[in-house]
Design a protein around this ligand. Sequence first.
Ligand SMILES: Cc1cc2nc3c(=O)[nH]c(=O)nc-3n(C[C@H](O)[C@H](O)[C@H](O)COP(=O)(O)O)c2cc1C
Length: 174
Amino acid sequence: MNNDLLNTIYTRRSVRTFTGEEVKKEDLSTMLRAGMAAPSAVNIQPWAFVAVTDRDTLDKLCESLPFAKMLDKAGAAIIVCGIPDKDDTYAKDYWVMDCSAATQNILLAAHALGYGAVWTAAYVVEERVKSVRNILSVPENIIPLNVIPIGVPANRDAKPVDKFKEENIHWEKW
Ligand SMILES: Cc1cc2nc3c(=O)[nH]c(=O)nc-3n(C[C@H](O)[C@H](O)[C@H](O)COP(=O)(O)O)c2cc1C
């Protein structure tokens, strides 16, 4: 595939095993910049990001989140948070979509930089939202949508999966 962006999109996979090596701060900054390049309804950008590299904090998140155990060997995590009260109209209805677009950009940027990453859900599970909020001191009006563990992939040979299905497409009409 002679197109860097399409190649990155097609070869991204959820990565759940890491070597434990560090994730460079400048690379995390690039991922965060990619997140904020996402589209959002009426360009409200109802998002905020917590970037974590501290081992103790990663371990606390790991202990309290049942589906994010890969944090034990992750070098970092980005927590994508929504701000439903950022405006009076759009953010309340659209923050999940907006933050999901930002999340996908972060996953793609991590992959493009040679790291592995995976979306682990916080919202809509109240207990997980509460745990993340407590550990990271996230204010009450801000909702952690997910926790993205990021690290150097332990298995560099994982093959991309082609998920294209012709039957999902309806040309012109259903
Ligand atoms: C909304 C959402 C929530 C997810 N939650 C988790 C999770 O809690 N733990 C996890 O290991 N993966 C989680 N995933 C990753 C999916 O399992 C993964 O994207 C899916 O199996 C497809 O695999 P791929 O990302 O390699 O294409 C989540 C993905 C999405 C979009």
